[in-house]
Design a binder for this molecule. Structure first.
Ligand SMILES: CC(C)(COP(=O)(O)OP(=O)(O)OC[C@H]1O[C@@H](n2cnc3c(N)ncnc32)[C@H](O)[C@@H]1OP(=O)(O)O)[C@@H](O)C(=O)NCCC(=O)NCCS
Length: 218
């Protein structure tokens, strides 16, 4: 039986497991996670085998990275590249992805998401459950779009951005790299890089630095 691996055994990992079981029937799935408390736990039939070093002896292992935190994901991707691990996409069969959209390496596209014509989804981006990415929009590398967010046409969302659940982004706007948009925000104008913004209309609340509390986001 083929083996496949999912990095991250939190909620996003379980979501990815559901998708990958549909995408690769007949594959046995395992979680890869550094958290010692999770070692050898069985989650929905998939065993947590430990950190990435456990893949060193596997022949051409395939791995999907299931994380919502953009910069943590970036670090894991770099480690996987050093270890020559093949990084695979997870695209739920119920997602509607235009044949003219360009989908990057290692992306996650969850159930019911819609990616419309000529959109471009960057490497390792996450398009979560029921999110909509409209025509000609560009989603940057490692960017996460949360459930039910609606990104209008010709929007430019740069790398490592996090868009909260149900946020709506006006057509033709730009959201700068590393920014976080709160749940339910209505973005009506450009948001600069490394900025937390939320509300209706979304206002810049503060700059995001190393003290930013990600536990309110993920
Ligand atoms: C925006 C967010 C990161 C919190 O930011 P914060 O500045 O630390 O906010 P705080 O929790 O300190 O709250 C400060 C004030 O903003 C309000 N607030 C927080 N998030 C808000 C939001 N998204 N929209 C409007 N107001 C919000 C709070 O109610 C609070 O108001 P108060 O001062 O009147 O009591 C968080 O609320 C959020 O929206 N996270 C995204 C969650 C998400 O969608 N995750 C995806 C899960 S799959």
């Amino acid at each position: 039986m083929d083996e496949g691996f999912i990095f991250g055994c939190s909620a996003q990992g379980r979501v990815a497991l559901d998708i990958l079981k549909l995408q690769y029937p007949g594959t046995a799935w395992f979680f890869v996670d550094d958290n010692p408390d999770m070692l050898n736990q069985v989650i929905h039939g998939a065993v947590v085998i430990g950190g990435l070093d456990k893949l060193k002896d596997k022949k051409q292992p395939k791995l999907h990275i299931a994380l919502g935190h953009p910069s943590v994901k970036l670090k894991i991707v770099h480690t996987c590249e050093l270890l020559n691990i093949e990084l695979i996409q997870a695209i739920h069969p119920s997602a509607v992805v235009s044949s003219t959209a360009v989908i990057g390496k290692g992306v996650t596209v969850c159930a019911g998401a819609i990616i419309n014509t000529d959109a471009k989804i960057g490497d390792f981006a996450l398009i979560n459950t029921g999110a909509i990415v409209e025509h000609d929009t560009v989603i940057g590398d490692y960017t996460s779009i949360s459930p039910a967010a609606c990104i209008g046409g010709r929007v430019n969302i740069e790398n490592e951005v996090f868009i909260g659940s149900g946020a709506i982004v006006l057509a033709r706007t730009t959201i700068g790299a590393g920014s976080v948009i709160g749940m339910g925000a209505i973005v009506t104008r450009d948001i600069p890089a490394s900025t937390l913004a939320y509300g209706n209309p979304a206002r810049e609340i503060k700059k995001i630095d190393s003290s930013f509390n990600w536990s309110k986001v993920l």
